[in-house]
Design a protein around this ligand. Sequence first.
Ligand code: NAP
Length: 247
Amino acid sequence: MRFEGKCVVVTGASRGIGRVVTIDLIAEGAKVIAVGRNQKDLESTRDMTSKPDNVDICVADLRSTEAIDSITKLVHERGPLDIIMNIAGVWHDDERKFQGRILSDTPLSEIDDVMGVGLRGSILLTRALLPDLVNRRSGKVLFVACGFAGAHEASGWVHYYVTNKAIEALTAGLASELWKYRIQVNCVAPWYVATEAVQRFYPNDFDTALDPKEISKMALFLCSPAAENISGQTVELRSVKDPQTIE
Ligand SMILES: NC(=O)c1ccc[n+]([C@@H]2O[C@H](COP(=O)([O-])OP(=O)(O)OC[C@H]3O[C@@H](n4cnc5c(N)ncnc54)[C@H](OP(=O)(O)O)[C@@H]3O)[C@@H](O)[C@H]2O)c1
């Protein structure tokens, strides 16, 4: 098992991609600190794993610095930490997907949420958790971004596009900074993934979207010993069933 005894923080663990990653990490021997705001959903994730006792639930809002402190405190109790997986991100709320408005019509709260969780939250949490990894000269950091094929796909959600391009830049920059400490930093950037939210907000794309297990497979590979010489990379994933890829 590639992650036997490894301590992993997973944000976005309450549903979607982060839930599948948590289930797969536990199946491979990891101990997971599962972060999200919704306690019930986090408990459901924990109960779906093969070893619920190896999941610690951490209810926290990544927009809050107090919450970052509380995650850090729990990690220090459960650690030493080996891997940080930044999967939480915002591209919809309960009512609507955050695509379809030009920037001048986009509410400030939406911009703050998209950038505040996916980018700022990931930076602040990684910053807070890194000292242990740096001191031990060992560890992995993973980000999940959205794999835009180009700026033509940004129309209608420029705030989300910018956030995800910034996460790619963060991956490359942080990887360069941390290489000398033997910490690898990589990113998985899929296009549509067949999560409940995609089923709800993009029903026509659900059947041709990537299986979340494919994202998990790549995320676990990049955080495994087999990828110790890979850093600073963003791996874009797009389904072979995606109509845009078929002539
Ligand atoms: N699904 C796709 O097609 C797709 C494609 C490309 C990239 N992505 C990226 O993949 C990541 C996961 O996407 P997903 O589709 O699985 O999303 P999702 O189903 O909407 O789940 C979002 C996750 O982020 C957490 N989250 C949201 N706001 C938070 C906050 N303020 N504090 C802490 N956690 C928060 C949610 O937990 P709580 O609600 O419990 O807080 C939830 O676990 C995102 O970064 C997204 O941009 C998704």
